[in-house]
Write a protein that binds this ligand. Structure first.
Ligand SMILES: Nc1ncnc2c1ncn2[C@@H]1O[C@H](COP(=O)(O)OP(=O)(O)OP(=O)(O)O)[C@@H](O)[C@H]1O
Ligand SMILES: Cc1cn([C@H]2C[C@H](O)[C@@H](COP(=O)(O)O)O2)c(=O)[nH]c1=O
Length: 327
């Protein structure tokens, strides 16, 4: 049986001030009638990017390339995945992929439980801290696999919205591939390991997943970027970078033209503050740090050093979860 993906978890507490466990949901102070999605303006937080697609499409490969790119530009990147982005999630992943039979409704609930824990304990705190979160799969996987291929329909959307308190990604990259090619890639990557419970589904199942992903993307083009996953790794990475750069520059423009305060509590515009810092950091980076290599885990600011450079080093060391190859 194909082994589970086991991300190496570095507590954000050690590196960036957040803690995966114990999990204190950041939503605790929010009145029950107010969803966090509406209480916190989308633009005042970090950026949430998800990667979707069939098995073996190349998600892990592109997530790694995008993370390197963003970190080299001074961003704090949290790489994570579903199922399995938290301690509880890792147990759920094992049950889902390697634990024997699971009924379709139980399967849907287990993915939703994994996601609820993931959002409360990792994704939302990281976004509130202004970080870039990149998740290998999120809600759209449930919509495509459980809603589409398992034919559980619209209730999966409601379940996912409830589980996440309506937290949707800013950008979703769909790596589109014929499942025969994707599954072959997954097999070639690890020839000695059998398919997991989901990969072992029929070709018709995987074709239904692909078709539903494409429908979802067509219905929401402003969130989705669809890329042909049979292109070379570099061509795919270039398309993704262009879209993410565009997202960042649109946020800058929105800030520069925004006059209304974006938080009810303080009347300040956190987007603009965030953006100014970012611009200063990037300006510093371009002028003096261009040739400096990034050291993971280094965070000191030796006397006389450009703070923008020190900042950049810190960012490179703050991954909350990094994915290890399937073992
Ligand atoms: N553009 C590409 N062209 C050819 N091979 C690729 C490409 N991108 C990734 N691969 C290879 O395909 C295999 C699967 O890639 P990867 O693990 O990134 O996919 P994945 O979508 O994360 O898979 P899974 O869904 O199984 O987790 C790896 O061997 C990888 O090197
Ligand atoms: C989040 C999520 C995932 N799945 C399926 C998709 C894959 O077959 C596995 C996860 O394995 P991977 O190697 O990490 O891609 O789970 C799903 O059916 N529903 C979901 O919500």
């Amino acid at each position: 049986m194909k082994a589970a993906k086991t991300p190496t978890t570095a507590s954000v507490l050690e590196t960036g001030g957040l803690s995966e466990m114990p999990c204190v949901a950041i939503t605790a102070d929010v009145p029950e009638t107010t969803s966090v999605a509406s209480a916190v303006p989308q633009s005042s937080r970090g950026i949430f990017i998800t990667f979707e697609g069939g098995d073996g499409a190349g998600k892990s490969t592109q997530i790694e390339l995008l993370s390197q790119y963003l970190e080299s530009r001074g961003k704090t990147v949290v790489q994570t995945l579903e199922p399995g982005g938290t301690e509880l999630g890792r147990n759920i992943r094992e049950l889902l992929l390697h634990g024997g039979q699971v009924s379709p409704r139980a399967e849907a609930l287990l993915y939703a439980a994994d996601r609820a824990q993931h959002v409360d304990c990792l994704i939302r705190p990281a976004l509130e801290a202004g970080q870039v979160v990149i998740s290998d799969r999120y809600i759209d996987s449930s919509l495509a696999y459980q809603g589409g291929a398992r034919d559980l329909g619209e209730e999966i959307t409601q379940l996912s919205q409830w589980a996440t308190q309506n937290l949707w990604p800013d950008v979703t990259v769909l790596l589109d591939i014929d499942p025969r090619i994707g599954l072959r890639r997954a097999m070639d990557a690890e020839p000695d390991i059998e398919y997991d419970r989901m990969e072992a589904e029929s070709l018709a199942f995987h074709e239904a997943v692909r078709a539903r992903f494409l429908e979802l993307a067509t219905a929401d083009p402003s969130r989705y970027l669809v890329v042909d996953a049979t292109l070379s790794r570099e061509k795919i990475a270039t398309k993704i970078r262009a879209r993410i750069d565009e997202h960042f520059s649109q946020n800058l423009t929105a800030c520069e033209h925004s006059e209304k305060p974006l938080t009810r509590e303080t009347g300040e515009n956190p987007v603009c503050e965030h953006t100014k810092e970012q611009l200063a950091r990037e300006a510093g980076e371009n002028s003096t740090c261009e040739n400096e290599s990034i050291t993971r885990g280094a965070g000191e600011n030796p006397d006389g050093e450009n703070p923008a450079c020190a900042n950049k080093k810190q960012h490179a060391g703050t991954n909350a979860v990094s994915k290890a190859p399937k073992d």
